[in-house]
Design a protein around this ligand. Structure first.
Ligand code: AQP
Length: 332
């Protein structure tokens, strides 16, 4: 079976709708057809300051949400990044293979650091895409299911895999991005030209899955649309309405054309009210399941321990090959 790998940060506590529709939903589907490795990337989270207690709690919370979303530990390997030390080890090797200019061209870093200023931006945030390269290459992943915002980092991964393989010896599988076009960029409800994001969205623009469903329903109902009244999918002219249609379609399985027909002659209010209802129907059991998993931390930790063990077996083998091919002297 081809292999997939992906990760999600435990930073904000709750996942948002963009994380779920852009990435996690695909993870759930791919565990049926692929040898799937999924992780909570806590080492990425510490590129910005974290409260230690909160970070620990959020790491478990992220794992609980992934299980609640439908990951099945018998069908995939679910683990915490820092439980597999090979990530940091191969990360260093990849740092030594990356050009400074090359790393400087990562647009996500440029965006984030320009907002924070250089003094409060860490070197970790600068090199985080390179750690991500190591995350992926360690598992010889064929495909990486992510949102559109990760495309450039996937290109870097491919470049570094090829560079290593050519400079030393064939060692790494060169992975392909797995980006589902329809849901690759869920946009902010208030500013439908930017992606829904925990760092850039205002509270009214972001739908957090663990918030009170009623509060999220309210946000959906007050989503920014346009001055027109026609419900039509057109990302350029009608980004707000198109986003609502995309979310509706993803949560219910109804096709976009079908939705356009169903809402012909009806106003935006009808679409928003119905979508808010569908969302509440979907998110209520998701929240309940998350709290159930959280209520049993022993079982949760056991799932993560088993996952780390399976992940380490693969990661250790790849790291050993990489060390060998670079010429590091093996320890006796
Ligand atoms: N708006 C989005 N639409 C589609 N996919 C998205 N992803 C994130 N936002 C959207 C995808 O979610 C996965 C997990 O992302 P992450 O753990 O890296 O979280 P993130 O990118 O830090 O999430 P944010 O909200 O986008 O955080 P900031 O604001 O810090 O950048 C990834 O596959 C990502 O593509």
């Amino acid at each position: 079976r081809p292999r997939v790998l992906s990760g999600i940060q435990p930073t904000a506590g709750s996942f948002h709708l963009g994380n779920y529709l852009g990435a996690v939903r695909q993870w759930v589907a791919l565990q049926q057809t692929h040898d799937a490795f999924y992780m909570v990337v806590d080492l990425h989270a510490i590129t910005v300051p974290q409260d230690p207690k909160e970070l620990r709690a959020n790491t478990r919370l992220a794992a609980a949400q992934l299980l609640a979303a439908g990951l099945d530990p018998d069908r995939c390997t679910l683990f915490v990044q820092s439980h597999v030390p090979e990530h940091a080890q191969l990360g260093w090797v990849m740092n030594c293979l990356t050009g400074f200019g090359e790393a400087s061209r990562m647009t996500q870093f440029k965006d984030k650091s320009s907002k924070q200023g250089t003094d409060s931006t860490t070197v970790g945030l600068f090199t985080y895409p390179i750690l991500q390269v190591a995350d992926i290459l360690l598992y010889q992943a064929n495909a990486v299911p992510v949102g559109e915002d990760q495309r450039q980092h996937l290109e870097l991964t491919r470049d570094l895999a090829n560079r290593f393989n050519t400079r030393y010896a064939p060692t790494f599988t060169v992975p392909d991005p797995y980006i589902v076009k329809e849901t690759a960029k869920i946009v902010d409800l208030q500013e439908p030209t930017i992606k829904m994001s925990k760092s850039a969205s205002s509270p009214k623009g972001i739908v957090n899955l663990l918030d009170e469903p009623k509060a999220s329903a309210k946000k959906i109902k007050s989503a920014v649309t346009d001055a027109d009244t026609v419900i039509r999918f057109d990302e350029k002219e009608k980004p707000g309405v198109s986003n609502l249609l995309t979310i509706y379609c993803a949560l219910t399985g109804t096709g976009i054309t079908e939705l356009e027909q169903a809402y012909e002659g009806k106003g935006y209010g009808a679409l928003k009210t119905d979508l808010a209802e569908r969302f509440v129907e979907w998110v209520t059991p998701f929240r309940e399941r998350t709290h159930e998993y959280l209520g049993d931390p022993e079982t949760l930790d056991a799932v993560l321990a088993k996952g780390a063990q399976k992940a380490r077996a693969v990661a250790a083998e790849t790291l050993a090959a990489a060390y060998e091919n670079i010429g590091l002297l093996p320890a006796k």
